[in-house]
Ligand binder design. Structure first.
Ligand SMILES: [Zn+2]
Ligand SMILES: [Zn+2]
Length: 283
């Protein structure tokens, strides 16, 4: 506790500067507070949902307030959250690069954050699934492989049927994504757990050759083995005459995925439902 306070003091005394320049201490109005509360109940939202939420909060509480740009709005809230070791973090979905925002806890390990919602054996099931996902070539663990580990769980004994329901609970809470009976990490989990995963599985983690972020799903070079996120592949090869590995210059043997394009999105308008990308599992 003592340490926390000292750290907090140090943080408030230090001039808080970001790459963008000096960051003024934020002032939270009812608009910001409502936004934060609602984001908290969602845990993670896509950018379009975040914009909708922001609009909603201005409509309810700030009819006369000047509407802040989303980035300023979020920075403003983050400058207040800083002392609580919580942050609204921006990331992207691994499969198609749609921007997402999640409220993440910087102070505790994610597994202990989840502890209030899940029993010990359920958390251990999550850990087992996480390990299988991290160790896999594809970034996916099959439900069969996860369920085969239920006998090894810490805490109360769990049947396979129960374990299946627990896995669905992880999906509902946006820690896991399920595709055709296989599980991978939700972008919420990646945003929140990147540090934890890097520290816990230093030998198994994969990173993207382009953005250097943690990589769960992606494509890899068949010659030198480097990996890239699908959105990073799409961006990197967008203007290239032919796709060659950024590391060994060998021909890139995978299909270049189609990913989120903010300009196209704008053209399509906001009323149209999100087109689900075809599942890309090339490696
Ligand atoms: Zn990347
Ligand atoms: Zn290569």
């Amino acid at each position: 506790m003592e340490e926390g306070r000292a750290e907090r003091r140090r943080r408030t005394e230090a001039p808080s500067c970001t790459q963008g320049g000096a960051r003024r201490a934020g002032i939270m109005t009812d608009v910001h507070r409502r936004f934060l509360q609602l984001l908290m109940t969602h845990g993670v939202l896509e950018e379009r949902g975040v914009r909708r939420l922001q609009k909603h909060c201005y409509r309810v509480h700030g009819r006369t307030a000047a509407v802040e740009e989303l980035e300023d709005f979020i920075n403003n809230i983050n400058s207040v959250l800083e002392s609580l070791y919580i942050e609204i973090k921006k990331g992207a979905t691994e499969d198609d690069g749609r921007p997402v925002y999640a409220l993440v806890n910087l102070a505790t390990t994610p597994v202990s954050k989840m502890a209030s919602d899940f029993a010990e054996n359920e958390l251990d099931l999550f850990r087992k699934a996480l390990e299988l996902i991290i160790d896999s070539e594809t970034g996916f663990a099959s439900s069969t492989n996860i369920l085969n580990l239920v006998d090894q769980l810490k805490g109360k004994k769990m049947r396979k049927k129960e374990a299946e329901q627990v896995l669905q609970k992880f999906v509902q809470n946006k820690w896991l994504i399920e595709k055709e009976g296989e599980f991978t990490l939700h972008s919420r989990a990646i945003l929140e757990m990147e540090q934890y995963i890097r520290e816990t599985y230093p030998d198994a983690v994969k990173t993207c050759n382009i953005c250097h972020g943690l990589l769960i799903q992606g494509q890899s070079c068949e010659t030198c083995g480097i990996r890239m996120h699908l959105p990073c592949v799409a961006k990197y090869f967008r203007s290239a005459p032919e796709p060659r590995c950024p590391h060994c210059n060998d021909y890139w043997p995978h299909e270049i995925p189609e990913v989120f394009n903010p300009d196209k999105e704008r053209e399509a308008g906001t009323s149209k439902a999100n087109k689900k990308p075809s599942r890309s599992r090339q490696h």
